[in-house]
Design a protein around this ligand. Structure first.
Ligand SMILES: NC(=O)C1=CN([C@@H]2O[C@H](COP(=O)(O)OP(=O)(O)OC[C@H]3O[C@@H](n4cnc5c(N)ncnc54)[C@H](OP(=O)(O)O)[C@@H]3O)[C@@H](O)[C@H]2O)C=CC1
Ligand SMILES: C[C@H](CCC(=O)NCC(=O)O)[C@H]1CC[C@H]2[C@@H]3C(=O)C[C@@H]4C[C@H](O)CC[C@]4(C)[C@H]3CC[C@]12C
Length: 293
C-alpha cells in the first residue's frame, strides 16, 4: 500500500496529465480563423469570454442567450475585437423550437457550421434540495434536453465540416457534492449522453469530435454570488477558463479539466477514497451560511 501511494499514484497522475494536456502545445489561434461557431449562454460569464477570444481569433460567431440587450453589447464588442462576423438569436432554451431556429440561422447565414459550444445553464440555487420536482424537470429541459436538441440539429452540418461539439460541464457532473442536487443531475446526464454519442460516432466513422469540459469553481458573477458565502476557495479566472475550453475543442480533446490541478486531484481522490472525498467537501464548506429556500 505504501509503495502504491508513493510510486504508482504519482506515476499515474503524471501519465494522465501527459495524456490530457500534451496536445495543448500544438494549439494555434489561427485554427479558429474563419471558423463558423455557435456559442450558447454567451451574454455573460464564461460564454461571453469565449465569444471575445473567438472574436480575436477572427471566427464567425452566432451567439445566443435570453437577454437581447446583453447580446447586442457582446456582439458589438466581438466586432470591435476582430470577429469575421457576429450576430445573435435571443430566446430561452426551455423553448423546444429554439435549437432548430438557431441552427436554421447558421445554415441560412453560413451554409454550414464548424463548432457548436454548448454552455448555457438555467437558474438554480446553491442550497438544500427542497423537494421541488418541477424545478428539476425545468432544469433538465434547459441544461440537458436542449443540449441534446442542439447537437441533433447541428450534426448534419458538423458531419459535413468534420466539426466539433464542446459541452461545458462541471466537477458537479462527476462528483455529487451537497447543495447542487438538481444542477448536478443535469451535468451527470450530459456526461452519459455525450460519452455514449461519441462512441457511436466513432463506430460509424463520423469525424465529429466531442469535448466534455469538467470545470471547478470559476469567478463568474453568478457563481460568486451563489457560493462565495459557503465556499472559501478562490475561484479560477473566467478568461483563462474560456481560452482552455476553446483550445481543448480546437484540438478535439476528449476532455478539458480546468483548473487542471484542482479538478484532477478531486477526481483522483474520488476514485481511490470516495467517502474520504465526500467528508473533505463537507468540512471545507461553511454549511451554516447556506440559505434554505
Ligand atoms: N462558474 C462556475 O463556477 C462554473 C461554471 N460551470 C459551467 O460553465 C457554464 C457557464 O457558467 P457561467 O458562465 O458561470 O454562467 P452564467 O450564469 O454567467 O451564464 C449563464 C448563461 O446562460 C444564459 N441562460 C440562462 N438561462 C437561460 C435560458 N433559460 N435559456 C438560454 N440561456 C440561458 C445566461 O444568459 P441570459 O440570462 O441572458 O439568458 C448566460 O448567458 C455552465 O455550463 C456552467 O455549468 C461549471 C463549473 C463551474
Ligand atoms: C449555483 C450556481 C448556478 C447559479 C445560477 O443559478 N446562475 C444563473 C443565474 O444566476 O441566472 C452553480 C453554477 C456552477 C456551479 C459550481 C460548479 O459547477 C463547480 C463546483 C461544483 C461543486 O460540486 C459545488 C461547488 C461548485 C463551485 C458549484 C457551485 C454552484 C454553481 C456556482
Amino acid at each position: 500500500m505504501g509503495l502504491l501511494l508513493k510510486v504508482f499514484i504519482p506515476l499515474l497522475g503524471a501519465a494522465l496529465a501527459f495524456y490530457f494536456y500534451s496536445a495543448s502545445e500544438n494549439f494555434n489561434e489561427e485554427m479558429l480563423r474563419g471558423k463558423r461557431v455557435i456559442v450558447t449562454g454567451a451574454s455573460s460569464g464564461i460564454g461571453e469570454q469565449m465569444a471575445y477570444h473567438l472574436a480575436r481569433m477572427e471566427a464567425h460567431l452566432l451567439l445566443t442567450a435570453r437577454t437581447e440587450a446583453k447580446l447586442q453589447k457582446v456582439v458589438k464588442r466581438c466586432l470591435e475585437l476582430g470577429a469575421a462576423s457576429a450576430r445573435y438569436v435571443s430566446g430561452s432554451m426551455d423553448s423546444p423550437t429554439l435549437p432548430e431556429e438557431l441552427l436554421r440561422e447558421a445554415e441560412n447565414t453560413w451554409g454550414g457550421l464548424d463548432m457548436l459550444i454548448l454552455n448555457h445553464i438555467g437558474q438554480s440555487g446553491f442550497t438544500y434540495f427542497n423537494g421541488d420536482v418541477e424545478h428539476v424537470r425545468k432544469l433538465m429541459e434547459i441544461n440537458f434536453v436542449s443540449y441534446v436538441a442542439l447537437a441533433t440539429a447541428a450534426l448534419p452540418m458538423l458531419k459535413e465540416s468534420e466539426g466539433s461539439i464542446i459541452v461545458v460541464s462541471s466537477i458537479a457532473g462527476r462528483i455529487g457534492g451537497p447543495f447542487t442536487a438538481p444542477y448536478s443531475a443535469t451535468k451527470f446526464a450530459l456526461d452519459g449522453f455525450f460519452s455514449s454519442l461519441r462512441q457511436e460516432l466513432i463506430i460509424d466513422k463520423v469525424n465529429v469530435s466531442i469535448t466534455l469540459c469538467i470545470l471547478g469553481y470559476i469567478d463568474t458573477e453568478s457563481a460568486v454570488r451563489a457560493v462565495s458565502h459557503v465556499i472559501p476557495d478562490a475561484p479560477a479566472p473566467k478568461e483563462e477558463c474560456a481560452l482552455e475550453i476553446i483550445r481543448g475543442g480546437a484540438l478535439r480533446q476528449r476532455e478539458v479539466r480546468y483548473p487542471p490541478r484542482a479538478v484532477g486531484s478531486m477526481l483522483l481522490i474520488r476514485s481511490l477514497a470516495p467517502e474520504f472525498l465526500d467528508s473533505i467537501i463537507r468540512s471545507s464548506y461553511h454549511v451554516e451560511n447556506v440559505r434554505r429556500t
